[in-house]
Every structure is written in C-alpha cells, then in structure tokens.
Design a protein around this ligand. Structure first.
Ligand code: FMN
Length: 257
C-alpha cells in the first residue's frame, strides 16, 4: 500500500508538464489556501518570501499585457511570488541586535531568499498537480520589477520573482526533454560534458520542440526553437537594457550580492 502510494507520488512528479492554456473558471479560496499551505511546508531558513494572489481584474489585464501571456487572464488563480527580506529584517529588528539585514549587502540571505521562494513554488506546483490542476511559471515580474513593485505596493526588500498561474488544464502537452542525467548528476567530482554531448542534446531539444510546434503555439513565431532560444538570450541592446534595469532594482532593494 505504502509502496503504491510512493509510486503514485513519483508518477505525478515524473508526469508533470507546464500548462500554458487554461480553461476559464476561478479556483475556490479553500483549494488555493491548501496549495499555499503546501507551499509553506517546503524547507525554510528565514521564510523570506511573500505570495500575493492577483484577484483584481484590472491588474490581471495589465499583467497579461506586461507579460504578453493570455494565461494570466484565463488561469483560475494567479500568484505573484516575491523574495522578501523586508519581513525578516523587521523580525530581526525586534530581537534588538546588530544584524546582517541592516546593511545593504548580505549575499547569503539574498540567495537563500530566492532559494526558499523556489522551493515554495515547486511545492505549490506539485500540490496543484495533486489536486488535478495545471500550472505555469512566468518570469516577467522580475524583468519588470520596478513596475510590479509599484503596482503591488511592495516595500523595499521585497523583490517580485515570478507569476505562478494555476488552473484547469486546457491542453495535454507532451513531456519535455531534459539534459541526460549524467550531465547534471556527477559523482565525487565535476565532469565536463563533451561538445558532442551538448550538441546531441540541442538536437534532441530542437526535434522535440519541432514536434510540439512549441514556438508557433506558445510564442506565435515562425522559427526553430534554437533560434528562439538565441533571440531570448542574445546580447542585444534590449536584453542589456533589461539586465541593467533589473540589476539596478536589485541593488536598491536589499538584493545586492
Ligand atoms: C525560472 C523559470 C522561469 C520561467 N518562465 C517562463 C515564462 O516566462 N513563460 C513560460 O511559458 N514558461 C516559463 N517557465 C516554464 C518553463 O518554460 C518550462 O518549465 C519548460 O519549458 C519545461 O517544460 P515542462 O515544465 O513542461 O517540463 C519558467 C520556468 C522557470 C523555472
């Protein structure tokens, strides 16, 4: 019985796919609370994160435009997940000792806050999955950090990271490829992959994305996946501008490494 249950949890993890097309319909408050409660059961250090549910239709529309993603309007629930060094700072202030969050450079706490938020997000994704719901992470809040901070009244020290859209699945996509296990799981020391192995993976990825019609379906563009990847990561003036503005926001927002 126990073994069967363990197998079913593993099956759920192994079968999870990002869902980008949702059927309309809100997620009831008690279901969403259960998902967030599962999120906060993830391992913590200072619990340096905050989640804001975006219920306001106007804000949902604005976010959908900002992110260029329809799911933000359609999904049953939209959660803005932030790293939050503001609340831990207040907690430590109460203890009355000179503490690390009083200065504006604390690389360990800054990295841990993102790590904690990520663990929390994955727990919520799996909880949603267990409840028969699909989800997608959207990265636009970090890229538009200043605008989002204004929109949601975020105090200094709270950094918007991602939107997590959760809802009834409106598609059944295939499992997407991953790097071969030996490239990410090493024993006793780091093992450099050979160029041919990396090239082989890029080919596998290209072939899969082609079969899924991924770029056309989700980005509305007619190009190969590797071209799309290049576009997203190009050292272009526009991407440099985004990097600079995010770096400036982080620096001013207690996230200076
Ligand atoms: C940090 C992070 C940011 C992401 N941002 C986006 C995004 O902006 N838009 C999107 O469609 N998917 C986004 N994703 C989801 C990935 O694209 C998705 O996990 C990947 O395509 C693999 O698909 P799978 O989850 O179905 O295996 C993001 C995932 C992570 C971890």
């Amino acid at each position: 019985m126990l073994a069967a249950r363990r197998r079913s949890i593993l099956k759920m993890i192994m079968g999870r796919r990002t869902i980008r097309l949702f059927r309309e319909g809100e997620i009831p408050d008690d279901v969403l609370e259960l998902i967030v409660e599962a999120g906060v059961r993830a391992p913590i250090y200072l619990q340096s994160y905050t989640v804001i549910q975006v219920r306001d239709r106007g804000k949902r529309e604005e976010l959908a435009k900002l992110c260029g993603v329809e799911a933000v309007e359609k999904a049953g629930a939209v959660l803005l997940v932030c790293s939050d060094l503001h609340r831990p700072k207040r907690l430590l202030d109460i203890l009355g000792h000179p503490h690390i969050l009083q200065v504006d450079k604390h690389p360990v706490e800054a990295i841990y806050s993102v790590f904690e938020a990520a663990l929390m997000v994955e727990n919520m994704i799996l909880a949603a999955e267990a409840l028969g719901l699909g989800s997608v992470i959207l990265d636009c809040p970090l890229l538009e950090a200043r605008r989002i901070a204004e929109m949601f009244n975020l105090p200094r020290g709270v950094t918007p990271l991602i939107l997590l859209c959760i809802g009834e699945r409106g598609e059944v996509p295939p499992l997407r490829p991953r790097l071969p296990l030996n490239m990410v799981f090493h024993r006793d020391e780091y093992v450099e992959p050979r160029d041919e192995e990396l090239e082989g993976y890029l080919k596998t990825l290209e072939k899969h994305m082609e079969s899924e019609n991924y770029v056309r379906k989700y980005a509305g563009m007619d190009m190969r996946y590797t071209e799309y990847l290049k576009l997203k990561t190009e050292l272009s003036e526009e991407n440099k501008k985004i990097s600079d503005s995010v770096a400036k926001f982080l620096k001013e927002n207690l996230m200076k490494l």
